[in-house]
Design a protein around this ligand. Sequence first.
Ligand code: GDP
Ligand code: MG
Length: 166
Amino acid sequence: KSGFVAIIGRPNVGKSTFLNRVIGQKIAIMSDKPQTTRNKIQGVYTDDDAQIIFIDTPGVHKPKHKLGDFMMKVALNALREVDLILFMVNAEEGFGRGEAFIIERLKEVDTPVFLVINKIDRVHPDDLLPLIDRYKDLYPFAEIVPISALEGNNVERLVEQIKQRL
Ligand code: GDP
Ligand code: MG
């Protein structure tokens, strides 16, 4: 099994931390320069029965100027070409306009989407359920997976769920 997975989400939600945990620091390519590269391979996860190619897709978030519109089209086309999208959000910050904007864009794409709620180590479990319900109302996510990229909670399970989709 082999496939392409795009990780999207606002800055600082934990995308690089997640990739480094899954792939290992030696292979994951760290770059926090926004909107300078397109469809860049960030890292490749390989095990006995699967290969997951993680793609960085800048420009999916709210554009601030004209070039942003163009980048948005490029980003949406990139999302159409992958097998799965991981939309990562920060459990601690809850739902905001940045997330709403990305969800509207996801509605323009047919690719299945996992909602990955990261930083669950920072919130009480009771606060997680209302957030999950909120997101469920907004978009038919293929999976909703709470994780802590920093501490590793649920990360292996998410990788298994990704493999099942390839
Ligand atoms: P990116 O901009 O989406 O790539 O986010 P980063 O991976 O650079 O993470 C931004 C900040 O959030 C860093 O200080 C990380 O250490 C922190 N962070 C990432 N994941 C977690 C998590 O699961 N829990 C906590 N508490 N912090 C996290
Ligand atoms: Mg990053």
